[in-house]
Ligand binder design. Structure first.
Ligand SMILES: Nc1ncnc2c1ncn2[C@@H]1O[C@H](COP(=O)(O)OP(=O)(O)O)[C@@H](O)[C@H]1O
Ligand SMILES: [Mg+2]
Length: 357
């Protein structure tokens, strides 16, 4: 649905909302101008701004606030009856109220946009979604040559079973089979290259800062799902020696899994505890959640590629995480959780140098 009067960059949800807003503005203006009461009718413009905060984009909110103030002033200059002083005070009160409301609505809109952006960055950082998409398209791509091989194989069999066998046709079918098998193996070769991913480029970095950055990005989703998240990060850890971007991908993946798991239980059990600690020459990141926990005996299986219990899951997150962690000289594992829920942890080497983090 489109709204004829306003350019589209001003609102996020067009249609009836905007029509209702225009109607409310006109009505308020008419009442404000026509009534003789010395009350600040135009203060009610604030209601319109609050009501439209979810509909309009930032620029739209600014335009609306400006319009409300303009209408208030216009009404004041049109209305010539009544006490001039009272009118001036009313106009001032209304202007200030509208300005404050507009400012608060704009701030809320900015916060919403920031939360949205953080969520998008979290997904990008985890890279799991694009990899899952990749896995699906690989399966699709491989299916084609395999199906063609089966078809040509049947054809070849029929040419051979003829009496006398049609060797020429059978040879052609065999050539098609070889061609398709080459195509399939080329696809697998490409996947091999891709799944090796970027080579790790280890450097010393502040482990807790990397953890905090990922947690900050997941904040919006944590709040949306009503999850109580606690971070217990050890102070004075030495620097870690690993590829910080890859480590963050693993952290994001484990945190996302914990969030998805807790989303399955009632709000009272939606807790996530994130810890960092040092174990000899390794730094450990651990996340424990109050979700349903792992199926019995699945502690190792969850790291196998394509092992998933989710409807839309592909089951590559943990297997990719394991190869990332191991190529960075660490380990990843699932621990039994005493109070139900799941615990995942991974380690990376401590950087061999002086100076606490
Ligand atoms: N925090 C967790 N709580 C319960 N089960 C989990 C948790 N993390 C992972 N799992 C299990 O491990 C499986 C594999 O996880 P993963 O490799 O990330 O793939 P996906 O998330 O696509 O299923 C999940 O489907 C789920 O069954
Ligand atoms: Mg996952």
């Amino acid at each position: 649905m489109t709204t004829p009067f306003l350019p589209p960059q001003l609102w996020r949800r067009p249609g009836l909302h905007v029509m209702a807003m225009l109607l409310a503005l006109v009505l308020l203006f008419l009442i404000d101008t026509a009534t003789r009461y010395e009350v600040a009718v135009s203060v009610f413009y604030t209601v319109v701004i609050v009501a439209m905060a979810h509909v309009l984009a930032l620029r739209g909110l600014m335009v609306l606030t400006g319009s409300c103030i303009a209408l208030t002033w216009l009404s004041f200059f049109i209305t010539r009856y009544g006490d001039l002083r009272a009118g001036q005070i009313n106009m001032l009160i209304s202007t200030v109220a509208i300005l404050i409301t507009g400012y608060l609505a704009c701030r809320a809109e900015l916060a919403r946009a920031a939360a949205h952006e953080a969520q998008a960055r979290l997904l990008r950082i985890s890279r799991i979604h694009s990899l899952e998409g990749l896995a699906t398209s690989i399966a699709h791509e491989l299916n084609q040559p395999l199906a063609a091989i089966v078809t040509s194989g049947h054809a070849c069999q029929r040419w051979m079973e003829q009496d006398p066998p049609n060797l020429d046709k059978a040879r052609q079918a065999l050539l098609r089979i070889l061609g398709d098998a080459d195509r399939a193996s080329a696809i697998i070769g490409r996947v091999r290259k891709l799944s090796k991913g970027e080579p790790a480029s280890p450097r010393p970095f502040v482990f807790n800062a990397a953890v905090r950055e990922v947690l900050a990005l997941s904040q919006a989703e944590i709040q949306r799902l009503d999850i109580a998240m606690r971070a217990d990060l050890a102070a004075g850890l030495p620097l870690a020696l690993a590829d910080p971007v890859q480590v963050q991908q693993v952290i994001a993946n484990l945190v996302l899994n914990a969030m998805e798991a807790t989303a399955l239980v009632d709000i009272a059990r939606r807790t996530i505890l994130v810890e960092s600690l040092q174990l000899q020459d390794k730094l450990v990141f651990r996340v424990s959640d109050g979700g349903p926990g792992l199926p019995a005996g699945a502690q190792e299986q969850v790291f196998e590629p394509f092992w998933t219990t989710k409807h839309e899951g592909i089951g590559v997150g943990l297997s990719i995480s394991r190869s990332i962690v191991e190529s960075n000289g660490g380990h990843i594992w699932a621990e039994p959780h005493v109070q139900g829920g799941a615990v995942f942890a991974f380690s990376v080497p401590v950087a061999p140098q002086e100076g606490p983090a």
